[in-house]
Design a protein around this ligand. Structure first.
Ligand code: ATP
Ligand code: MG
Length: 347
């Protein structure tokens, strides 16, 4: 079987460090290892409209922002077909056929959809487009016959839903579609990075993010406003490490040489944690350290991003080329799907 990779995100805001550790870093790694036959990346603008339909400009502007983020993190348009979802109309057509293969009850049971409905205050009246977006996501994945989908853990129920639809399709109409598999980051904390406020997930919709485009000063401010241990008031007090956002981020972002560079009086994170738990280590000090670690990681990304932003036309050319490639593939899959469903009258 071929290895076909697909990932993407909703252009609802610039990307944050949750995307970076949850999906972006992984996709760049996969791209550079080269163990695949085709790789697709996309801006899910049609999906973003399902809960932002009143704000098309936000979605449009963020297609560009998100493209800058991806390219700044190392996505190579020579290796990856980077496309815009709404420009591949085959995806919409596939969605329509897949709708037959899923029930309202099943969509209601999807835990991510449930959570997002609550978050958006949609309990009273859910837009049908939003409610059915897992079906459109299945179209996005299957149109490219993707078998590998690198995602954060909030996407697991989506991949499961996609697998069910694929199995149902294949069992009724014959072996046509490929069952996708989610690829998660190894580090547990990276699968769902918490927000700077300690909320379970850093998310554009929650406003608790450090963005890849944030300036040095913005990052510093956010780090120093971070949620730590509310009972760790005096420096001498013993502090808690679990649920302490600064330590969660250090777990994710600390590198082997971080201590040597920025905090040489400790050998490693275990030593730092032990001191914090014992008491005698202040929040300012751990925040200063985290700030140094984050600045080092994000500076080169921000600088590349600023350079790329100077030539918008080039970004749109990359997207246009990727979209053409994506269309060819999706057209071929749609043809196979329609044939399987006996929707081929004039052949
Ligand atoms: P929105 O609030 O608009 O849904 P989002 O911040 O959840 O935005 P998405 O575009 O829905 O971002 O997600 C894109 C990808 O990034 C998905 O694979 C998702 O799992 C991953 N991701 C998003 N937020 C995080 C996070 N905090 N930690 C790890 N992965 C994340
Ligand atoms: Mg999301």
């Amino acid at each position: 079987m071929k290895n076909i990779i697909l990932t993407g995100e909703r252009p609802t805001g610039p990307l944050h460090i949750g995307h970076y550790v949850g999906s972006l870093k992984n996709r760049v790694k996969i791209q550079n290892e080269g163990n695949y036959d085709e790789m697709y990346l996309f801006a899910a603008d049609a999906q973003a409209l399902t809960d932002n339909f009143e704000d098309p400009k936000k979605v449009k502007d963020n297609v560009f922002e998100v493209a800058l983020d991806n390219l700044a993190c190392g996505i190579d348009p020579e290796k990856v077909n980077y496309f815009i979802q709404s420009e591949v109309s085959e995806l919409t057509e596939l969605t329509f056929y897949y709708m037959n293969l899923v029930t309202i009850a099943r969509l209601h049971r999807n835990p991510t959809v449930k959570e997002e409905i609550k978050l958006r205050g949609f309990e009273e009246s859910i837009p049908a487009g939003f409610f059915t977006y897992p079906v459109s996501q299945t179209a996005d994945i299957t149109a490219f016959k993707a078998n590998i989908v690198p995602v954060g853990d909030d996407q697991l129920p989506m991949i499961e839903q996609a697998r069910e639809i694929v199995r149902k399709f294949n069992s009724i109409y014959g072996e046509t579609l490929v069952e996708p598999e989610a690829v998660l980051p190894e580090n547990e904390n990276e699968r769902r990075l918490v927000g700077i406020d300690g909320n379970a997930k850093m998310s554009k919709s929650l406003g608790n993010c450090i963005y890849l485009k944030d300036s040095e000063e913005e990052i510093r401010k956010k780090v120093f406003s971070m949620y730590t241990d509310p009972n760790h008031i005096k420096i001498e007090d013993p502090g808690k490490v679990e649920g302490n956002v600064v330590f969660t981020y250090l777990d994710v972002f600390c590198k082997e040489d971080s201590f040597e560079k920025f905090l040489p009086e400790y050998k490693n994170l275990d030593e730092l944690k032990a001191h914090y738990m014992r008491g005698g280590l202040g929040d300012m000090k751990i925040k200063r350290f985290l700030n140094d670690v984050l600045q080092e990681e994000l500076r080169p990304i921000r600088e590349r991003r600023e350079l790329l932003a100077k030539d918008p036309q080039k970004i749109y050319e990359i997207l246009k080329k990727g979209t053409q490639k994506a269309r060819e593939k999706a057209r071929q899959t749609l043809k196979e799907v329609k044939e399987a469903m006996m929707l081929n009258y004039f052949e």
